[in-house]
Design a protein around this ligand. Structure first.
Ligand SMILES: [Zn+2]
Length: 368
């Protein structure tokens, strides 16, 4: 049965100087509105024990625009500002429902500059996208086509740490599930590879990653040597950001390909529960990137499987997937991270990661 899903398509765009100043200014205003509204809600909550509604914060925003220190807010499109208040409303709803921590301020340094435009704040005509308060359509690099006849419902403009501009276009899309297949696979976040499969296959990191990481380490050393607050430091920081986004972009591409392939070839995909990774106490950037890509792959597998009529099962986090012999079921003793292959008393020799993937596959269907 076909289903309608909301799907975001992200493209790079090259703004004219005026076009760049508009979203930059808008996202600055978005952050200000979010932070001031958060402050207002916090004050009401802590001093009066009162919850502020979306309607109330929206009325306050109107007052801010009318005069006083924040009257410049009336110069940008009002839709992204309203969206910021809606996001804050959702953050508080999640907090009160104990699903999330108390909302925090958005800092200029840490949070990505972004502004969200709903249908009334952009024009979409003949494949050209024009945002509110702009004369000309955005110069978008259409790296892949939007689905035929797609009508965007929301458009989010953002700039990453490397100074690149992106527009993310949300469209509704009809997706038909794939024909059922027999295949089942266990997937483990590998220690020696990106992922290991129960079939014995190991998928490695994308090409160039080793070289990019060396470049990243060099750029970071260079940054550490620069004087705080200097222009050279800012330049060095941008360099680090550029290498970093190149690594994460290439990785995301790679993960999309892996997830698509696994979902196409298999009816059931068994994965290790996320929290297992938290037990591996090994900090540092390399590990952080690995953990992030495992989380990303998991979520890609989940939504792609859902779209295509496949099943992802997560195996319990206390399951000793690495130490269990997939041939005879004996649990081996301690298994330090540096052990890459091991031999069981039954005579089976295991690649650590592949053995874990086999066990995950064996345990997976039982969890359903
Ligand atoms: Zn054995």
């Amino acid at each position: 049965m076909a289903q309608i899903v909301k799907r975001a398509y992200r493209y790079r765009f090259h703004p004219t100087p005026e076009q760049a100043s508009e979203p930059a200014r808008t996202s600055g205003c978005v952050r200000l509105v979010y932070n001031r509204a958060l402050e207002m809600r916090t004050r009401a909550y802590t001093l009066e024990g009162r919850r502020v509604s979306y309607v109330e914060s929206s009325a306050t925003l109107t007052q801010w625009k009318r005069g006083g220190d924040y009257d410049f807010l009336s110069e940008v499109s009002s839709v992204p500002l309203q969206q910021a208040l809606r996001h804050l409303q959702a953050a508080f709803a999640n907090f009160f429902a104990k699903r999330a921590e108390y909302p925090t301020f958005r800092s200029r340094k840490k949070s990505r500059a972004s502004a969200e435009y709903t249908r009334s704040a952009f024009r979409w005509r003949e494949g050209r996208l024009t945002l509110a308060k702009m004369d000309a359509p955005l110069n978008v690099v259409w790296s892949r086509p939007l689905p035929e006849g797609a009508e965007p419902s929301t458009v989010t403009v953002s700039r990453d740490a490397a100074g690149r501009w992106f527009v993310s276009i949300l469209v509704e899309e009809t997706i038909r599930p794939l024909d059922p297949v027999e295949g089942m696979v266990g997937v483990d976040a590998g220690i020696t590879s990106l992922v290991a499969l129960s079939t014995g296959e190991k998928i490695v990191n994308p090409r160039h990653e080793r070289r990019d990481r060396r470049k990243l380490a060099k750029a970071q050393r260079n940054l550490a040597r620069k004087e705080k607050g200097s222009a050279n430091r800012a330049k060095a920081r941008l360099k680090v950001a550029k290498v970093y986004v190149r690594i994460t972009d290439r990785r995301r591409d790679h993960l999309h390909k892996i997830a698509t392939r696994l979902v196409r070839e298999n009816q059931v995909i068994a994965v290790e529960d996320l929290t297992v990774r938290n037990l591996v106490k090994n900090h540092g950037l390399a590990r952080a990137i690995s953990d992030a890509s495992w989380r990303e792959l998991r979520s890609m597998l989940e939504y792609k499987a859902q779209w295509c009529g496949r099943t992802v099962v997560a195996v319990d986090r206390w399951f000793p997937s690495s130490k269990l012999c997939s041939a005879c079921g004996t649990v081996a003793g301690a298994m330090p991270l540096n052990v890459r292959t091991w031999e069981c008393a039954c005579g089976a020799t295991h690649d650590r990661d592949v053995n874990a993937a086999k066990n995950i596959l064996a345990a997976g269907p039982a969890e359903r």
